[in-house]
Design a protein around this ligand. Structure first.
Ligand SMILES: Cc1cc2nc3c(=O)[nH]c(=O)nc-3n(C[C@H](O)[C@H](O)[C@H](O)COP(=O)(O)OP(=O)(O)OC[C@H]3O[C@@H](n4cnc5c(N)ncnc54)[C@H](O)[C@@H]3O)c2cc1C
Length: 339
């Protein structure tokens, strides 16, 4: 990622966020010869993880290496990448946008792609934040295979219930659900039956924290002092979209199991004309491959949007007689000479 000067002050598209979703949009737009600026604050969600899984052909690649590769590919098509933060994006009154950067700069964008991701708000239990992305994990598809057959603890999360415990029971026969003070009666009978069928143990009582020894999780400690040996701990972070720019522009939201996220159509168009969004900014289940796909679709839709806008304007000028028949013939003759 560069800190170099921007080559211009106005772009067809400004992409906010240079994670997978934003870069995929930029790649398609760059290949369509659009002028594109990607502004990236450099805090991709999966940065704490050493490896990325589930992306066909790149399974196991370090996330930072993956993004560096996509940045190289994108820049090869003339896309400009800068390390900065977009502080605000405002309509300029003509259907286009003023984009204000944290470094004090300002650029003009005909269209916007907002791919700012989300923030994982972790449970406050001591040890969780320190071990996040290492042996404190959340996603069976991202890290499940790597922790197979290990002693796995799962923190009960009211919003998600016993879902994670059941998913991880497919990966290990040694899964324990910690209720952390939740009453046993909070779990309906059907949940107890599923936990029993999956072979998941359940421990009541309030938790005190995680026990870390030799730079690895070794146990989960209860407030009463008991310790349960565990090498992996599963939590359900509160996933909060980084959607400040979108809400300020008036983009509509939709309800998801993780709360409200920006509503987009299948091509990434938000309810605000000219503003597209992709990746985790639009939903909690946008894994890397989905974020790439959503960014790609938004880039393609946006290119077509710009193309049609420009051609309709050109046709309008022709209808208004800005181009005389003689002028049209001269243009055609000049083109023919170049063939
Ligand atoms: C610990 C962990 C491990 C994971 N492992 C996997 C895995 O193995 N496989 C998998 O498929 N998924 C995994 N995920 C999920 C993965 O992180 C997301 O799917 C992916 O990051 C979504 O891409 P994105 O482009 O939407 O957002 P991000 O990758 O989060 O990128 C958003 C970018 O926008 C930038 N940004 C935000 N606001 C602004 C602003 N105002 N101005 C400029 N830039 C801004 C951020 O700094 C960031 O660089 C994991 C998640 C976590 C938490």
């Amino acid at each position: 990622m560069n800190n170099r000067q921007r080559a211009r002050d106005a772009y067809d598209v400004v992409v906010v966020g240079g994670g997978t979703a934003g870069l995929a949009a930029a790649l398609v737009l760059g290949r369509s010869r659009r002028s594109v600026l990607v502004v990236d604050a450099g805090e991709p969600r999966n940065a704490p993880a050493a490896h990325m899984h589930g992306y066909p052909s790149r399974d196991g690649m370090p996330p930072a290496e993956f993004l560096a590769e996509v940045r190289r590919e994108t820049e090869a098509y003339g896309v400009e990448l800068v390390r900065d933060r977009v502080a605000a994006a405002e309509p300029d009154g003509s259907g286009e946008f003023r984009v204000l950067l944290a470094d004090g700069g300002q650029v003009h964008a005909r269209r916007l792609v907002v791919a700012t991701g989300l923030v994982d708000e972790l449970p406050g239990l001591p040890g969780v934040a320190e071990r996040w992305g290492k042996d404190v994990i959340h996603c069976p598809y991202c890290h499940g295979w790597e922790v197979r057959d290990q002693a796995i603890g799962v923190l009960y999360a009211k919003a998600f219930g016993i879902h994670q415990a059941l998913l991880f029971s497919q990966l290990s026969d040694d899964v324990t659900l910690f209720l952390d003070g939740a009453a046993e009666d909070d779990l309906p009978d059907a949940d107890w039956q599923m936990l029993a069928a999956a072979g998941v143990s359940v421990i009541g009582g309030k938790l005190d924290g995680l026990v870390v020894r030799d730079d690895a999780l070794s146990a989960v400690r209860l407030a009463d002092g008991r310790e349960f040996a565990r090498s992996v701990f599963v939590v359900a972070p509160r996933m909060v979209p980084r959607d400040g720019l979108l809400t300020a522009l008036g983009a509509r939201t939709k309800e998801t199991p993780a709360g409200p996220f920006t509503d987009v159509d299948p091509m990434g168009q938000t309810s605000v004309p000219g503003v597209y969004a992709a990746g985790n900014a639009t939903g909690p289940a946008e894994q890397v491959v989905n974020a790439a796909s959503a960014g790609y679709r938004a880039g393609a839709a946006l290119h077509a949007d710009l193309l049609h806008t420009d051609l309709e304007r050109a046709a309008e000028r022709r209808r208004a007689g800005v181009f005389s028949p003689e002028g049209e013939r001269a243009v055609a003759r000049a083109r023919a000479r170049r063939v």
